[in-house]
Design a protein around this ligand. Structure first.
Ligand code: ATP
Length: 688
């Protein structure tokens, strides 16, 4: 394979004969020449005696005294210009001058006065006199200053645009692709072992590596090697990591670029860079080209409302489409690309023949999260009894990047507290911090405010506990964190499809805080704005996207491609007002429902509120102690129990009876029981 890798070093040594620095030198020299020979004048240096002789004999018509330089220039009359003793080349055009050093400007004036008196007496014309200050250097800079500044500006700009690339950079290299090349000598150190979970995605990309290593295995049977694969998924799920692992394992050159690297302030540069990238790739074949964040150039063409500003991007995309279908399928260049927004990409880019495969890289499931934790805990000194499975359960909805962040944050917290190893509590504090922001105990909160925050949070906790699709609670706090004054942590089920009732219950839970304020405080405050925003969004989605409103059944006004409607609405004014009414009705119904539940369970709510005021943090067990077993627990639990048995069968988890569930603590070191049968996690809290 390595024989196919062109020798870059050799090629890099070939320097152009006339590089840019030579060009600049030539330009400056020509300017200097131009300055000195601009008017074709001739100057001959003479001594004082000669100068005086020329002046008194009437060969000088004008004298310019350059006071700072201490010289005088005598402009010769036509007769003087013919005299060979004063001029080297009498036949040439232009002014002829003689020049000599003078004792001083004052003495020179006396001399000129005496010469003029003698000349007048002899009936000859007087010599005109002029005094000038400037030196030659000053004159030079006045003349060339602006040009030099312009040249330096151009050099500076072209270097900046080429990323300070020295002699090889410059404005003239702007069309070169900026791809980073990894090959045998300069390889990526990431391997598939560093990528945890993502089993299906790994199989697909491993196959791509295999295509390049043993192409004949496939081509012998008549199969064509895929040209490209698109990694699609939410941010931080490991798409770039997977591509890096391919670079590390493939044993072929790997060219990596980001979509935004094609974008430049010059028209046509994007397309030129695409051409250059593919040219490089073809030279290095077999190889892999990776384009990260391809949506920067690959967005659907034509329907963008940015009036013409997307022309350049379209050109780049067109070039990419041409290049991707412009080489035969077996020539050993495979394009990998990654994006969070496959829905925004141009359909032509996604068709088989360009990106033949789309590989979905989803948020990690429980077992994947465990594996990711294990990868990132490799270099961290953790307590021997750390329960990684519980950690994975606590981080439902986290991406790989967030899990990596939890591990690092936990290590930082442990180090800050001078611990020898990272313990469970450090991880919990890290999770809380990542989800809710930094704890702000120093924020001054009055007793009244504390009481109303506790009322609000206890409202969320009570409703969440008592409704069917309420998410199991992990903990409630009224310690300010980030921008929130209090928060309730839940562990929602991992659901693919939400029934209508689940959405309504979610809204009811969100409105629980505001409802508690009204029922128990008699007035509402500003703290519920985030809850209301999320609640309204759900109601609007129910009416406009999911067709769940009886007034507008089975209608979806959403445009998932983002290209259909532009500035127009896909419904009439009449429908718009029905939508508004329906959204309002749904929210109001859930609000009334929340208030009714709270009135019914006022005593329990108040007990929770008092516990919160007193302790600032309460946990799942405390809520269970006050409100009893969850009436709707069974459905979630059954599913979770089945899952757990399945996992135990596969040997991924210990059987349920061996599990130790008593470890969830908080950053104050308190211990409490977890919601033992739920996939306990820490989703974004219902912040206030
Ligand atoms: P984006 O779409 O925002 O570019 P991405 O999907 O490309 O995100 P990566 O850059 O690959 O995400 O991941 C960021 C970091 O998260 C990685 O450097 C790694 O530390 C961690 N990470 C993500 N997924 C995994 C995983 N499956 N195994 C191990 N680490 C992971």
């Amino acid at each position: 394979m390595s024989a196919l890798i062109p020798n870059n070093k050799k090629r890099g040594n070939k320097k152009p004969l006339l590089n840019m620095y030579w060009m600049y030198g030539i330009i400056i020299l020509s300017l200097i020449g131009l300055y000195y020979f601009q008017d074709g004048s001739q100057t001959k240096e003479v001594d004082w005696t000669e100068f005086e002789k020329a002046a008194t004999e009437g060969y000088v018509e004008k004298i310019v005294v350059l006071s700072q330089n201490g010289i005088a220039e005598g402009y010769l009359t036509p007769e003087g210009a013919k005299a060979e003793k004063f001029v080297d080349n009498p036949t040439s055009d232009g002014d002829k001058k003689i020049e000599c050093t003078i004792p001083s400007a004052e003495k020179m004036q006396d001399k000129i006065d005496a010469w003029n008196a003698a000349l007048v007496a002899a009936g000859k014309p007087e010599i005109k006199v002029n005094y000038e200050k400037g030196s030659d250097l000053m004159k030079f800079f006045w003349f060339f200053g602006p040009i030099l500044v312009f040249i330096f500006f151009m050099v500076y700009m072209s270097k900046r645009m080429a990323g300070g690339g020295g002699a090889q950079g410059g404005i003239f290299n702007v069309a070169k692709s900026k791809a980073k090349v990894f090959d045998k000598n300069n390889g990526s150190t990431v391997t598939f072992k560093d990528v945890a979970g993502l089993a299906e995605a790994k199989v697909e990309v491993e196959e791509i590596v295999e295509f390049l290593k043993n192409p004949q295995r496939y081509t012998e049977l008549g199969a064509k090697i895929p040209k490209g694969a698109l990694l699609v998924g939410p941010p931080g799920t490991g798409k770039t990591l997977l591509a890096k692992a391919v670079a590390g394992e493939a044993d072929v050159p790997f060219l990596s670029m980001s979509g935004s690297d094609f974008v430049e302030m010059f028209v046509g540069v994007g397309a030129a860079r695409v051409r250059d990238l593919f040219k490089q790739a073809k030279e290095k074949a077999p190889c892999i080209v990776f384009i990260d964040e391809i949506d920067a150039v690959g967005r659907a063409r034509g329907k963008n409302p940015n009036m013409g500003s997307n022309d350049e991007r379209e050109n780049t995309l067109n070039q990419m489409l041409t290049e991707m279908d412009g080489f035969g399928s077996n020539n050993g260049v495979i394009i990998l690309a990654a994006t969070n927004r496959a829905d925004m990409l141009d359909k032509a880019l996604l068709r088989p023949g360009r990106f033949d495969r789309q590989i979905y890289v989803d948020l990690p499931e429980l077992t994947d999260r465990m594996e990711i934790f294990n990868v990132h805990l490799r270099n961290i000194k953790v307590a021997a009894d750390l329960d990684v499975e519980q950690l994975a359960r606590q981080t439902q909805g986290f991406s790989g990047a967030e899990i990596a962040n939890v591990c690092n944050e936990a290590a930082l917290i442990a180090a800050r507290n001078n611990k020898q190893e990272v313990e469970w509590n450090d991880f919990m504090a890290a999770i809380d911090r990542i989800v809710g922001g930094l704890e702000k105990r120093s924020r001054i909160i009055t007793d009244d405010e504390k009481f109303s925050i506790a009322t609000h949070e206890a409202g969320h906790a009570t409703i969440g506990w008592l409704i069917e699709y309420g998410d199991p609670l992990v903990k409630v706090t009224i310690v300010p964190r980030g921008r929130a004054l209090g928060a309730a942590w839940y562990a929602p089920e991992e659901r693919q499809i939400m029934p209508t009732q689940a959405l309504l219950d979610k809204m009811c839970g969100l409105l629980g805080g505001r409802a508690a304020e009204e029922v128990f405080l008699g007035q509402v405050g500003t703290g519920a704005s985030n809850d209301l925003e999320r609640c309204t969004k759900i109601a609007r989605a129910m009416v406009m996207m999911y067709g769940m409103s009886p007034q507008l059944p089975n209608l979806n006004y959403n445009d998932s491609t983002g290209q259909e409607y532009g500035f127009t609405k896909p419904f009439s004014e009449g429908t718009a007002s029905v939508i508004d009414q329906e959204v309002m009705r749904i929210v109001n119904e859930q609000y009334e429902r929340a208030k009714a539940i709270l009135r019914e369970h006022a005593a329990q709510h108040n007990k929770l509120r008092d516990m919160l005021v007193e302790r600032e943090v309460i946990f799942h067990d405390d809520v269970q102690g006050v409100l009893g077993e969850r009436p709707w627990k069974s459905r979630t639990d059954e599913i979770m129990e089945i899952n757990r048995k399945e996992e135990a069968k596969k040997g991924l988890l210990p059987p349920p009876d061996q599990k130790d569930d008593s470890k969830i603590g908080d950053d104050k070191g308190e211990e409490t029981g977890s919601d033992e049968d739920d996939d306990a996690g820490t989703p974004p809290p219902f912040n206030k």
